[in-house]
Ligand binder design. Structure first.
Ligand code: CMC
Length: 428
């Protein structure tokens, strides 16, 4: 049995170095000892977009991208989606274990009793233009929460961390739904404590003149499953943003707002919105071959396809695809589904996609279901941000408790000019 080390020979100097290998990983800081002379800074690793760099140890989410496996705290996503309620799954991701009945009841009570937002927030939301994108409103309003809870800055006070965790999980659906109501010019619908977390969200979105909103149980469960699937996905772009902002010890509201801003990009959480627009543009099954040619020529990406980590079918996409038919029994079939199914089938048969291991990701089918549930396209990324807030907060808590973490601060390779001297304006 060999040793768990690498021997690196520096051909510049002929010196050799023994570097420990743990978990198939070397520590980038171990490279720093490799120097040409005493004044040399030492060797760094260069990894734009962090394609092969582990920035943390984590106990939250496991992904095997080659096999298409996703687990929360060790539990397969399929089992969680089938058996857990949303708040049960959120508890698991945040605190590491499935709750006992007593813990669960207290957790549900605590979340249910933090769903209100300060009345001043309403005025804040009212200030947005009628056509403001709900994701922009969501990001800004979550950031503004920071001004209401100044004690949130005490990121090493365990009581404050617990309180801000409950507040964030409880209030993001309210902020999201209020953003939507504002965009329609509708009166805000206040939280209803008799309803489940998801049922209450539907109430805040869709209640009109009825005295009591009654969510359809199948729709409620469909949304619950969608949200469970979106809770966490380890060190993706927005989660890394959360950790980077949090590493400066900023409060969790502004950190969640920053993470949500990263999520809003079309290559990340914004993709679900783009998928629907793409399907609409394709318009019918006959136009698919032409569209695929367009994608293969490199002019556009097939939205909802491809993933940095999954080089196999995204297990979340499989779950969503399978329960889409259940949802459509209640809502009526979304005609976009036929286009999506055919698009997937044809793309998977194309050499372009096979060669690059591009498969449908979570966003490919989620938008079709959101649309069938009556959720407008502009809200799709907000629908992603609500459950992902749990993941962001779980990762932030883990980071704060990790003695190895410090303020995030990558290095660079300076490629600019060498020293030069100031030239007065008239001489330039
Ligand atoms: N359509 C067409 N070609 C693609 C696609 C796509 N969706 N995705 C990747 N490629 C090609 C890409 O052009 C490149 O080809 P080549 O080697 O010839 O240059 C190759 O595949 C590798 O792509 P990459 O950009 O190096 O891969 P990445 O790991 O940096 O990007 C991704 C991952 C998710 C950003 C990318 O696959 C993509 O843009 N997908 C479409 C947007 C999308 O659906 N995003 C949602 C991701 S899942 C949920 C989430 O994260 O929020």
């Amino acid at each position: 049995m060999g040793k768990d080390t690498f021997t690196i020979i520096d051909n510049r100097t002929g010196k050799s170095y023994e570097i420990p290998v743990t978990d198939d990983t070397i520590r980038a800081m171990d490279l720093r000892q490799i120097k040409v002379n005493e004044d040399d800074f030492g060797v760094m690793s260069y990894d734009p977009a962090f394609k092969n760099t582990a920035s943390t140890r984590s106990k939250i989410t496991f992904i095997d991208g080659a096999k298409g496996i996703l687990r929360y705290r060790g539990y397969p996503i399929e089992e969680i989606a089938e058996n857990a309620t949303y708040l049960e799954a959120a508890y698991l991701v945040l605190f590491g274990e499935l709750p006992t009945r007593e813990q669960y009841e207290k957790w549900v009570y605590d979340i249910t009793h933090h769903t209100m937002i300060h009345e001043n927030m309403r005025q804040f939301l009212d200030g947005f233009r009628y056509d403001a994108h709900p994701m922009g409103m969501f990001i800004s309003t979550v950031a503004a929460e920071s001004t209401f809870y100044p004690e949130a800055k005490n990121v090493f006070d365990p009581e404050s961390v617990e309180l801000q965790t409950r507040r964030l999980v409880a209030k993001v659906p309210t902020i999201a739904a209020f953003s939507y109501r504002h965009s329609l010019g509708l009166r805000y619908s206040y939280p209803d404590n008799d309803l489940s977390y998801v049922g209450n969200f539907l109430n805040m979105m869709f209640k009109m003149t009825e005295l009591k909103y009654k969510p359809n149980p199948i729709i409620e469960r469909a949304l619950e499953i969608l949200w469970i699937l979106h809770i966490d996905h380890e060190q993706n772009c927005s989660t890394t943003t959360m950790r980077v902002i949090g590493s400066a010890q900023a409060d969790p509201y502004v950190a969640v707002a920053g993470a949500a801003a990263a999520l809003s990009g079309p290559l990340h959480g914004g993709a679900n919105e783009r998928v629907l627009r793409m399907l609409k543009r394709i318009g019918s099954v006959e136009n698919i071959p032409e569209y695929l040619k367009y994608v293969e020529s490199g002019k556009e990406r097939l939205m909802g396809f491809g993933h940095r980590v999954y080089k196999n079918y995204d297990p979340r996409a499989r779950i969503i695809k399978n329960f889409a038919h259940e949802v459509f029994k209640v809502t009526g079939k979304n005609p976009m589904l036929d286009i999506a199914l055919e698009l997937e089938k044809r793309a998977l048969n194309e050499e372009y996609f096979a060669k690059r291991k591009l498969y449908p990701n979570v966003d490919f089918y989620s938008g079709i279901i959101y649309q069938a549930l009556g959720i407008p396209t502009e809200m799709f990324t907000v629908m992603f941000a609500i459950p992902r807030t749990v993941g962001w907060v779980a990762q932030w808590r883990e980071m704060l408790a990790d003695p190895e973490q410090k303020i995030a601060r990558p290095r660079q390779i300076y490629d600019g000019p060498g020293e030069r001297h100031f030239v007065p304006m008239d001489e330039r």
